[in-house]
Design a protein around this ligand. Structure first.
Ligand SMILES: [Ca+2]
Length: 325
């Protein structure tokens, strides 16, 4: 009994430990979302600040120039495993592609870039990732994304309740992305589907749910099946380089209008097709690309244009491999 009491005294301060801003978070969880106060408190008290998560968010792979970023994803191993994944799940991928109107090779490539076809889904506890980034986001980075992660934390607690997930055990990326398709909690709630119809949306163990959910995400963001994604552009010396955005790939001008601005397509395209222009840094030069609605949709999955280009190139290599079988 005495030992028990001493243990209780030791444990109490740890449980009472609060993250900066967590009290206000608990109040909102209860008043705005009707979550059970005690469970939220216990969950937050169990969550640990992780310096490794702060270090990781401070140097993401997306910060690399294209010529360093590309070799991470465009490897023969990732291409060949993509072909294997497609063959193993051929009927499923065909059925999902048909139902959601999303090209098969893009679904495969996204799962390939995200998690190596489900092999590497991340080993950070999701609760630690979201608490660390929601309550301790580094002040020295260009923008403060703590409100985003705090919102995702709220979605995560709701998701865990809805899908009956063990909220203190789920693991994923350092940024809180989960499962074979690396869905953030809000996306999991909004876009994941129970494609195998077993009553649960399981993005770890059900390949059907994963493939269906990735396709649904792209479909809901406006994917146009069979339409072009990107084409190499040839830039004239006096092209309007100042009209290129580094972060917004909504197609604003038509192919014909971009040609007037000095960016001509390297191949035949409809002049009326809306496009944006992307600049990629190769080792000793820049390349230019016309990017279309589908490219923009891939940037809804991950904002980095280098991510979208890696998905595109990987999808083309996998498709080439499939065509040669
Ligand atoms: Ca399911």
């Amino acid at each position: 009994m005495r030992i028990f009491l001493i243990l209780m005294l030791f444990c109490a301060p740890a449980l009472a430990l609060e993250h900066p801003g967590s009290e206000e978070f608990v109040q909102r969880a209860v008043s705005e979302h009707g979550l059970p106060e005690n469970e939220v408190r216990v969950l937050l008290a169990e969550a640990e600040y992780k310096q490794s998560i702060i270090d990781a968010i401070s140097r993401p792979a997306e910060g690399k120039p294209w010529h360093e970023y590309r070799p991470i994803f465009l490897t023969s191993k990732r291409i060949n495993e993509g072909i294997d994944f497609w063959i193993e799940n051929r009927e499923l991928i065909a059925a999902v592609s048909e139902q959601f109107g999303v090209d098969e090779e893009i679904i495969v490539a996204i799962i390939g870039v995200e998690t190596f076809y489900g092999r590497i889904t991340g080993s950070y506890r999701t609760i630690d990732a979201l608490v660390t980034l929601g309550f301790y986001y580094p002040k020295n980075l260009s923008s403060d994304r703590s409100p985003f992660f705090s919102k995702e934390l709220m979605h995560y607690i709701q998701l865990a309740a809805e899908e009956d997930l063990p909220a203190n055990k789920v693991t994923g990326s350092y940024a809180g992305a989960m499962g074979m398709g690396q869905f953030m909690p809000s996306s999991y709630r909004e876009y994941s589907v129970d494609f195998d119809a077993d009553g649960r949306r399981d993005l770890w163990r059900s390949t059907a749910d994963v493939v269906g959910s990735v396709a649904n995400y792209l479909h809901r963001h406006g994917w146009q099946p069979g339409k072009p994604i990107t084409r190499r552009a040839l830039a004239s010396a006096d092209a309007a380089f100042d009209k290129i955005s580094s972060h917004d790939f909504r197609p604003t001008l038509t192919v014909a209008e971009w040609a007037e601005q000095g960016f001509r397509s390297s191949s035949e395209l409809s002049p009326a097709l809306p496009a944006a222009v992307l600049k990629l840094a190769e080792e000793d030069t820049n390349t230019y690309w016309l990017t279309f609605k589908n490219f923009y949709v891939i940037t809804r999955y991950n904002r980095s244009p280098r991510y979208a280009m890696a998905v595109y190139e990987l999808s083309q290599e996998i498709k080439k491999g499939m065509d040669q079988l």
